[in-house]
Design a protein around this ligand. Structure first.
Ligand code: SAM
Length: 293
């Protein structure tokens, strides 16, 4: 039906915070109360039945698990930071992906998390505290104003860029758009503004001197914020020696065919996957011998 996106029978996902608990233990513990299994794609993700209410569960309260969707949990894996690396999370709050990066890096290396919105910094700090990570430095300010030539960023090897977006792929936004008051015109202007910022931020990320991997992600379904943003930075990316690489090559939903190479991009379908996400992965040629290509 046209209202199938109102269907709430999609599974619940929880990401295991492997800084505090290993996936097997989380599986055992949650298995005492719920029907739970491991996700087929992500090693630190568990799948529970729809409507499972975990909000008071001790594992959630103590930061051993995070309520985090599958698409959102794919982003840090796509970046694939190695333990010991210096990594930048450009638009970090509320910090779900920041602390996921920390878990993948196994407490080794350094994460710099920049966030513009002071109020959202509070939530970022709380997420970090809950995660138990101790190698995350918060920068309160505009990512676009970080100077790539600053020595503090000389060793940044990976950047996660998950900028503000329309959120059109999220369940709440899709419900909003059932309201007749939402007009297409006001949307176009808003999307153009967002896309201009996204493109600028992505170019900025690609310009850090030692960066080898850049992930760009949104929770938008609009090609203006997704494929078009990627296409707009391709000439610059090529100049810097980056190529698009396929995150999760086994995943079947890929970028819309708007330019050559867009099959490397990853999409999730809100109707099938619960949320509409977009992921692009740029890798500097010769920088990474065990990259996905
Ligand atoms: N990655 C986060 C997570 O997974 O929890 C979600 C990030 S949210 C989509 C985008 C964030 O970028 C917002 O918190 C917003 O305040 C922040 N932001 C927007 N413009 C920014 C800028 N120029 N510099 C730094 N942060 C910015």
């Amino acid at each position: 039906s046209s209202n199938q996106f109102l269907d709430t029978s999609l599974p619940r996902y929880v990401r295991v915070n492997t800084l505090k608990l290993d996936t097997e233990s989380a599986l055992l513990e949650l298995g005492k109360q719920y029907k739970v299994q491991k996700d087929s794609l992500l090693p630190d993700l568990l799948v529970l039945p729809p409507h499972t209410d975990l909000h008071n569960h001790p594992l959630l309260v103590n930061g051993s698990i995070f309520m985090q969707g599958k698409a959102s949990s794919m982003v840090a894996h796509a970046l694939g930071p190695k333990p010991g690396w210096k990594v930048l999370d450009a638009c970090a709050a509320p910090g779900n992906k920041t602390v996921h990066l920390a878990a993948l890096m196994k407490r080794r290396g350094k994460i710099i998390a920049s966030e513009l919105d002071k109020r959202r910094i509070t939530r970022l700090k709380e997420t970090i505290r809950l995660s138990g990570a101790s190698n995350i430095k918060i920068l309160c300010g505009d990512f676009l104003k970080l100077r790539p030539e600053d020595p503090s960023y000389a060793k940044v090897r990976a950047i996660l860029l998950d900028p503000s977006c329309s959120g059109s792929g999220t369940a709440s936004s899709r419900l909003d758009h059932l309201l007749p008051s939402k007009t297409a015109d006001s949307d176009t202007e808003r999307l153009d503004k967002l896309a201009a910022f996204q493109s600028k931020a992505l170019k900025h990320a690609l310009s850090f001197p030692a960066v080898e991997r850049v992930v760009y992600s949104t929770c938008s379904t609009h090609h203006i914020e997704n494929e078009d943003v990627v296409q707009s930075v391709l000439p610059l990316a090529t100049t810097y020696g980056f190529q698009l690489v396929s995150p999760f090559p086994q995943w079947h939903r890929r970028g819309l065919p708007v330019f050559e190479g867009s099959q490397h991009l990853l999409r999730t379908d809100p109707d099938v996957d619960g949320e509409g996400f977009f992921i692009a992965l740029f890798v500097k040629k010769h920088a990474d011998d065990d990259s996905e290509n």
